[in-house]
Design a protein around this ligand. Structure first.
Ligand code: ADP
Ligand code: MG
Length: 313
């Protein structure tokens, strides 16, 4: 069964010219371009935690790769290759076929080759590793935010959290919101464009305030966010505008980029992002000396979320 599944995967996996040896040997052999740094990230998705157990296999496949590409985007890296470890309760070839539909659709969009992996029997769990490339010195890190820097976010945070809350409440979910939860868009082009411009960057997986907190901790700074400045989607505004801020500030799963840049780079940020045609970004706050992340209501008073970002433990 295992070998049948592996050959199903191999037969569909695309292959870049820099894949010297792909699926089928003991390991893959990849040609790293000279003068580039290799960027490596890995993320695991467990049924019931990272996706509903009943989620469509194609959506699970998409998301498994998307969350990984999002990590490369947050580093300013160009994705190149990935590996896939599948733990499956049974030899579910229908599941694997559906999974690959979503996984390989996203892989094709970013010219990412699936070059290997592992297939075992066990509780449904998916582990993906991605490998990307970045010019030396240009990678975006969490450390690097300077006091006085602007804080930016791409896209419209909060949509995925709204969709998840609706699903959990058994309420009808707007299709646009649902798509942002099931098929997040890794901001790869934006990350590439910001490399060399942004001072620090992170992708928003656990919640804007929580993830910005990681940037601040790594940078030895704090930050203040203006809630009023948070860009909001039409779909979220239509759905439950009164819950906008908790979802936008603390909801996870958006996979937008939160980054910082000196005020002198405002033009450069806007121009670089516009050139990608992918997504714009909005200034939402400022890096400050005093540690921790604060959020301010439109009337200027401090705003405290009822729940901080998602924690696994
Ligand atoms: P080994 O015992 O050497 O680990 P495997 O039987 O696990 O060999 O894998 C054989 C080949 O198939 C290897 O090239 C491996 O990378 C690839 N492979 C196994 N599972 C997957 C998967 N889920 N996705 C992609 N490639 C896989
Ligand atoms: Mg193996």
């Amino acid at each position: 069964m295992e070998f049948d599944l592996i050959s199903r995967i191999r037969d569909r996996a695309p292959r870049r010219v820099d894949v010297v040896l792909g699926i089928g040997d003991d390991a893959a052999l990849l040609q790293v371009p000279s003068g580039m740094q290799l960027v490596v990230a890995m993320d695991t998705l467990n049924a019931g935690v990272h996706f509903p157990a009943a989620a469509a296999p194609a959506d699970i496949g998409w998301k498994a790769l998307a969350v990984n590409l999002s990590d490369l985007a947050a580093m300013g890296a160009q994705p190149a290759w990935c590996t896939l470890s599948l733990s499956l309760p049974e030899a579910a070839s229908a599941f694997v076929d559906g999974f690959l539909d979503g996984f390989l659709e996203l892989a094709a969009r970013h010219d990412v080759s699936l070059v290997g992996g592992d297939t075992t029997r066990g509780p449904l769990s998916i582990c993906v590793a991605v490998h990307g490339l970045v010019e030396p010195g240009r990678a975006l890190r969490r450390a690097g935010a300077g006091v006085g820097d602007d804080v930016w976010v791409t896209g419209t945070p909060g949509d995925a959290a709204a969709a998840l809350a609706a699903l959990q409440a058994g309420a009808a979910v707007d299709r646009a919101l649902r798509a942002r939860l099931d098929r997040p868009t890794p901001r790869v082009a934006a990350g590439r464009a910001l490399a060399g411009i942004a001072s620090a960057c992170i992708d928003v997986s656990d919640g804007l305030l929580a993830d910005l907190g990681h940037v601040c901790a790594a940078s030895g700074t704090g930050a203040c966010i203006e809630l009023e400045a948070l860009p909001v989607s039409k779909a979220l505004t239509r759905f439950r505008p009164e819950l906008r801020w908790p979802w936008q500030a603390t909801g996870g799963d958006d996979y937008e980029l939160c980054f910082t840049a000196p005020a002198a780079q405002r033009e450069a940020v806007a121009t670089a992002l516009a050139a990608t045609g992918e997504i714009g970004a909005t200034r939402i706050g400022r890096i400050e000396t005093s540690t921790g992340v604060r959020a301010r209501s439109p009337d200027g008073t401090p705003w405290t979320p009822a729940m901080p970002g998602y924690r696994h433990f």
